[in-house]
Design a protein around this ligand. Structure first.
Ligand code: COI
Length: 362
């Protein structure tokens, strides 16, 4: 494997202590970069000191939001081995997001190698405390300076790293989500399945409203009828009703979550019935009212497995499972965490050890 050229930072930062790590506020000493040049393709993969980007005010990403990203994590196991969770799948998803926004495809193997190389270089930043991780943020932005709506002719792929704790202030404690009849995250044929910056911009206003009402997040319903569950915006959603786990299907308006896929795979491994099908909010409310909704949780890289303790809908607040973490939610969390930290069996080979250290080119 050819190593990437590295320009090392001359001064190194002190990583924040593991205890009390926030999400996404501290960044490591180096970043990975690669340019797309019209007619030449993706060129100049390299690692440089972490630095601010200099962009012409006309750079099209600033005007037309041609930007995609992904998010994955590296974990330090009790054995001190650093493992990245499902980098191949994240690289694939990044390319799918690129395709939706007319961004030239990246070589997924090169993407995976870029993640490994950067994490290997920054290994001292991978926190150790249970519940912490090194968050990896590959991003692609359109860099051509022009005004006019068309795909750009130049792009920047970059990767930054951030040591993180729990995404939600609640940690693993149940969160409160508000099913919104007013706000829409995505429509069929839109951007919903792609991890684009635009989707997150669209979620800010509804989330503020939910916060004001005391909820952590918004549970989006489908854009056409405001009836069927979609996703939470920062995580996919799952429910257990009468022993069966139900989750909305991948019909193009929700994100194909890697933790969603991992969770469904584990449930199927365990012989627990799973249905990927449209689920109406009325069906959920009826199940809660009849005492048939046993557990509800969200899945996401940042959120991991996040129990839902309260669901708001039409002025009513419904308590789920007595506001407690359900046994299946806990089992899923423990199993996924076990795989990520290398303390449990990993039958699908999801946790990829980072080969340390990386060699510099001769
Ligand atoms: C992730 O789960 O990795 C995301 O990108 C969601 C974001 C809210 C941090």
């Amino acid at each position: 494997m050819t190593a990437f050229p590295i320009t090392r930072a001359t001064t190194l930062k002190v990583p924040p202590p593991d205890a009390g790590l926030k999400f996404g506020t501290a960044f490591t000493d180096h970043m990975f970069l690669m340019d797309y040049v019209d007619g030449r393709g993706w060129v100049s993969p390299r690692i440089e000191p972490y630095h601010a980007l200099s962009l012409d005010p006309a750079t099209c990403v600033l005007h037309y939001a041609q930007a995609v990203f992904d998010g994955l994590k590296a974990f330090r196991g009790a054995d001190d081995v650093v493992r990245i969770f499902r980098p191949d799948r994240h690289a694939h998803r990044l390319n799918q997001s690129c395709a939706r926004l007319c961004i030239p495809a990246l070589d997924p193997v090169l993407v995976e190698r870029s993640l490994h190389a950067l994490v290997a270089l920054e290994q001292r930043w991978v926190p150790k405390l249970p519940g912490t991780a090194l968050y990896i943020r590959p991003t692609v932005i359109a860099t051509e300076p022009f005004l006019g709506v068309r795909p750009a002719t130049s792009y920047l792929y970059y990767v930054i790293l951030s040591p993180v704790g729990a995404y939600y202030p609640e940690g693993m404690n149940p969160v409160k989500i508000l099913a919104s009849e007013r706000h829409v995250r995505a429509l069929p044929g839109g951007l919903g399945a792609a991890k684009t910056a635009a989707n997150y911009a669209a979620s800010l206003y509804p989330a503020e409203e939910a916060h004001r009402l005391g909820f952590t997040q918004v549970l989006y319903l489908d854009g056409a009828e405001h009836r069927f569950l979609e996703e939470v915006g920062t995580m996919n959603i799952m429910l257990k009703i009468d022993g069966t786990v139900i989750t909305p299907p991948l019909t193009g308006s929700i994100l194909d979550g890697v933790t969603r896929d991992s969770t469904l795979t584990l449930l199927r491994d365990w012989g627990i019935p799973v249905e990927e099908r449209p689920i109406a909010i009325d069906e959920v409310i009826a199940a809660i009212t009849a005492g048939r909704l046993e557990e509800m949780w969200g899945t996401g890289t940042a959120a991991v497995i996040s129990p839902v303790g309260e669901l708001g809908f039409k002025e009513t607040r419904y308590v789920i499972n007595g506001g407690q973490i359900g046994p299946l939610t806990q089992r899923l969390y423990d199993t996924i965490i076990g795989i990520q930290y290398g303390t449990g069996a990993d039958p699908h080979g999801w946790a990829r050890p980072v080969s340390l250290p990386i060699s510099e080119p001769a």
